[in-house]
Structures are given as structure tokens and as C-alpha cells.
Design a protein around this ligand. Structure first.
Ligand code: C2O
Ligand code: CU
Length: 528
């Protein structure tokens, strides 16, 4: 791996916001003409709903010799997708022949097996940066490994980034699903290229249900709609574009923002709804983009769940922000909007048109006053507090920028080794100028607070000088989480119990470009 001879500056300097563009090289291929999504007619395609995956039989349960559990086989392969009525087909890579992939549905306590089969071609659609850790030239260009984001699974089934398989191979993963009801999602995690694989289309939803949720009588069937958000850039002939730095030896860019915001793989779709209550399970499956979701006219909706399941009570909101990998479970009541058209939007981007019919539907029940008990984890449970910095360095030798967790590269020895069943506080000290959504595999956690501090002073002298009060998370972030937005200039603290399994996992920034270079570290849960 890397002979880490890089000398980090003592304090990171203000980054020149070149965002990796324009570092000249006469070798760069001619840039194809871009597609301008704004020129397309809006709301001419119905919103696709990913199909729910059917099992391919039963197999022995690895946890229970006598039992047989559902077995699914999901192949990753190229797929041609119609993103918009007026565009030609787009070549993507999908799970089960679709983008997003099929939805995997299960119930709490019901284990299942998935055989993930790599049937991708040998050449990648996008330029690989072979200077990134794990993407060196001696590896196959195309590699894949699946992580079910937010699932509590044995380490060998968790999709460790180095557990990839090349085309022609498969991996069987075991998902015990000993978790409450929640919206999970699955995506590629192959070391050094997950940003390219997920961008190519390798993501899908994974839903766990349970009796507590059933008892609430929330909207089901056609009234419960997954919304997977992903932004893309296209060429004029509707092929995916992923930007490069201009340096052919190191095409990595610091982050990605597309101008085409797809919902379930469609650009400007519409959904016909009845004048009643709906449940939308929203997943931010974008590489870097943060969404600020709202409904036209400032219509109020309720958030009932976040990453790791139901909140204690519905939270009325006019807008909700979602960083990469975060989820929001929303209830929207269209009863008073009969005959109207509403737009789901993210700032100036229109995502989805909601066409409310005039027809009076059956009553959709009342909004539950409470949802599920979410006891706050007291800080006093913690046996250890870790202070972990988020860093960004100028790196003139390679990519221009290097991002790290706790100033440590991926391949350095594991430093985060919590004991199985112990509770810890992780205190993320953001020394960069960006927000980073930090995700821990295996666990669910609660946000304790966020506090502004003097980052310059910290970088100069290591002194932590708070410049504001400790802010408690807002109600819609006060439930169980697995990804937390760590704002620039803040210390963000979480409290987490490391339960379920011992073994090798990881934690990382979920801006996929950051994770690739190298804002990602192993995490080892140790059995006493
Ligand atoms: Cu969404 Cu390491 O994962
Ligand atoms: Cu980041």
C-alpha cells in the first residue's frame, strides 16, 4: 500500500476551492456535450416503484442448523435505463437489472441470505484513480462488495471494502435482521471505487418491518412509497458523466454534484396520489449532495422516522435536510390538497410532482400521537470518550487534497477498538470547512449535542475552546441514527452501544469522494 511519506502540515490551510477541476493536462479526452436537464419537459414520466424482491428458495440458517431461511440471488449487471421520456437509454449498472435495485423486505427477527453475484463487465464505465488506496493497478478494475447500510450483521457479511469480488464471482451474505423496523439501503462498498460503482447505479432499499410499526396503522401498500434520491450528470446523448480532475494519473475529484436530480432513477417524475395520508421513505443515495426537502407552498408534513427507525413522536416540519446516506420517513397528508399539484423540491430543484386526485379516498386514519419509545441514552453509561478529528490536507504530490479521520490513513493499525456491549461517546471535531456525514457500521447511536468551537486555535495549539452552547439535536434527529452530519467548526458528540457482533467493521464519511481519499477507518469491536 502507500508508503506514507506525506508530511501533513501542522495546521491545514484554507483550501483553494478548485474542487479538482482545471488542473491542466494536454491528454484529457474531449469533453462530450452535456445534457441540460432544464431543457426537458417536466413531469411526463410516472414515478417508478422498485419491485419487491422474491426469494429464490430456502437455505439452511447459519445461526440455526435445523431452520431454513429465504435465499435471494441478486446479480449486478449492466442495464439500460430510460431516465426521461425524451431521452435515449442510459447505460447504468444495477442490482437485479434495475436502478434502483429491487427492494428487499423483511421483518424484525427474520433472517435471510443474499447471494450477490458480480456479473459486471471487466472494464469500468468511469476512470479509476489508481493512486487511491485500494484501487492500485494490480487489482481488477471492476470489483464489487455489497454493504447493507444500517444493518447489524456478522462482520463477514457486512461488506468490508476489501472483501470485494471480481466479475464472475459471488458472495453469500447473511442478514439476521435482529433489529427494529427501519429503512435500510444497500450499496456498493468496493475499496477505492465505491463512489464510481454507486454512481453507476448500484444501490437499492432494504426495509425491515415489525409489530410495533404495524400496530400504528401507518399507510401501507400503494400509500407507502420509497423515494431514493440520486443526482447525476449526463451527456447530451444521456450517458452518465462523472467528472475528473483533469489529471489523467489521478482523476479523483473532491466531491460530486449533478444537475439532474433523479427520484427512483427518473428525472422529473410524477406520482398520482389520492387525497389522503401517504408514507414516503426517503433515502439520500447520492455521492455528495445534501437535500433540503420541502413541499411547494410550504406545506407541513411529519417526520416519523430517521436512519434507524421510528422517532418517539411525529415531528411537524416544513423542510428536512438529508445528507448522503441519511433517511427520513415522512407522512404527508394530501386530504386538503384534493385536485392540486404539489412539488417535492430541494431548494431550487424540482424533484417530483404529486398530482392529487379530486376523488375522495377512504379515510387514512389519524396521525399517531406517539410512535415508539426511544429512551435517551444517558452520557453516564459511557465507559470511554474518544475525541476524533476530521481533517483535510493539501496534498500537492497526488490529489491536491487528502481527507482523513483523526489524521490517520485507512491502512494504519486499528485504533477504534470498543468492547462488545460497551457504551462510548464519540466526539467528532471538525477541522475542515465542510460538513461530513459520519457513518458507523454495525451500530445505532444517538446524537448528544453539537457545539461551535475555535477550530483555528485547536489546529494551532490543540486547545479546545468552545464558542457556543451545546445544542441538543432537533426532534427529528433525536431518534436512533447511523449517520450524523458533523458541521464545520463544530464538535458533534454521539453516544453509542457497540452491540450485536464482535469483529472488524468500519466508520467513514459518507461523501463517497471523501471516503475514497481516505476519510475511512476500520473499527474493531472486541470481545472481552
Ligand atoms: Cu452506506 Cu460504509 O456505508
Ligand atoms: Cu466528508
Amino acid at each position: 500500500m502507500f508508503a506514507t511519506a506525506l508530511v501533513f502540515p501542522a495546521a491545514c490551510h484554507r483550501r483553494s476551492r478548485s474542487r479538482g477541476h482545471g488542473r491542466g493536462s494536454g491528454l484529457a479526452a474531449p469533453i462530450p456535450k452535456p445534457l441540460h436537464p432544464d431543457a426537458l419537459t417536466r413531469f411526463v414520466d410516472p414515478l417508478p416503484i422498485p419491485r419487491v424482491l422474491e426469494p429464490d428458495g430456502l437455505r439452511a440458517d447459519p445461526d440455526d442448523a435445523g431452520a431454513r431461511i429465504p435465499y435471494y440471488r441478486v446479480a449486478m449487471r449492466p442495464v439500460d435505463v430510460r431516465v426521461h421520456r425524451d431521452l435515449p437509454l442510459t447505460r447504468m449498472w444495477g442490482y437485479g437489472g434495475a436502478v434502483p435495485g429491487p427492494t428487499i423486505e423483511t421483518r424484525s427477527g427474520r433472517a435471510l441470505l443474499v447471494e450477490w453475484v458480480n456479473e459486471l463487465p471487466a472494464r469500468h464505465i468511469f476512470s479509476i484513480d489508481h493512486t487511491l488506496c485500494g484501487a492500485e493497478r494490480d487489482r481488477p478494475d471492476v470489483r464489487a462488495v455489497v454493504h447493507v447500510h444500517g444493518a447489524q450483521v456478522p462482520p463477514e457479511s457486512d461488506g468490508f471494502p476489501e472483501d470485494w469480488v471480481p466479475p464472475g464471482r459471488s458472495a453469500v451474505c447473511h442478514y439476521p435482521n435482529r433489529q427494529d423496523a427501519k429503512t435500510l439501503w444497500y450499496h456498493d462498498h468496493a475499496m477505492g471505487i465505491e463512489r464510481l460503482n454507486q454512481y453507476a447505479g448500484l444501490f437499492g432499499a432494504f426495509i425491515v418491518r415489525d409489530d410495533v410499526e404495524d400496530a400504528l396503522g401507518l399507510p401501507r401498500g400503494p400509500y407507502e412509497v420509497p423515494l431514493m434520491l440520486s443526482d447525476r450528470l449526463f451527456t447530451a446523448d444521456a450517458q452518465l458523466r462523472y467528472p475528473t480532475s483533469g489529471n489523467p494519473n489521478s482523476p479523483w475529484v473532491t466531491e460530486f454534484h449533478g444537475d439532474a436530480l433523479l427520484v427512483n432513477g427518473k428525472l422529473f417524475p410524477y406520482l398520482e396520489v389520492e387525497p389522503r395520508r401517504y408514507r414516503f421513505r426517503v433515502v439520500n443515495a447520492s455521492n455528495s449532495r445534501v437535500y433540503y426537502l420541502s413541499l411547494s407552498g410550504g406545506k407541513t408534513f411529519h417526520q416519523i422516522g430517521s436512519d434507524q427507525g421510528l422517532l418517539s413522536a411525529p415531528v411537524p416540519l416544513q423542510s428536512v435536510s438529508l445528507s448522503p446516506a441519511e433517511r427520513a420517513d415522512l407522512l404527508v397528508d394530501f386530504t386538503a390538497s384534493a385536485g392540486q399539484r404539489l412539488i417535492l423540491q430541494s431548494q431550487s430543484f424540482q424533484l417530483l410532482e404529486l398530482r392529487v386526485s379530486g376523488r375522495t379516498a377512504e379515510k387514512s386514519g389519524s396521525l399517531p400521537a406517539t410512535l415508539r419509545s426511544v429512551p435517551r441514552m444517558p452520557e453516564s453509561l459511557a465507559v470511554k470518550t474518544r475525541t476524533l478529528t476530521l481533517n483535510e490536507y493539501e496534498d500537492p504530490k497526488t490529489h491536491g487534497t487528502l481527507m482523513l479521520l483523526n489524521a490517520t490513513r485507512w491502512n494504519a493499525p486499528v485504533t477504534e477498538k470498543p468492547l462488545l456491549d460497551s457504551v462510548e461517546i464519540w466526539s467528532f471535531v471538525n477541522l475542515t470547512e465542510d460538513a461530513h456525514p459520519i457513518h458507523l457500521h454495525l451500530v445505532r447511536f444517538q446524537i448528544l449535542d453539537r457545539q461551535l468551537f475555535d477550530a483555528d486555535e485547536y489546529k494551532m495549539s490543540g486547545t479546545m475552546r468552545p464558542t457556543g452552547d451545546r445544542m441538543l439535536p432537533p426532534a427529528n434527529e433525536a431518534g436512533w441514527k447511523d449517520t450524523v452530519r458533523v458541521d464545520p467548526g463544530t464538535v458533534t458528540r454521539i453516544v453509542v452501544r457497540f452491540e450485536g457482533y464482535a469483529g472488524r467493521y468500519l466508520w467513514h464519511c459518507h461523501v463517497l469522494e471523501h471516503a475514497a481519499n481516505e476519510m475511512m477507518r476500520p473499527l474493531e469491536v472486541v470481545r472481552l
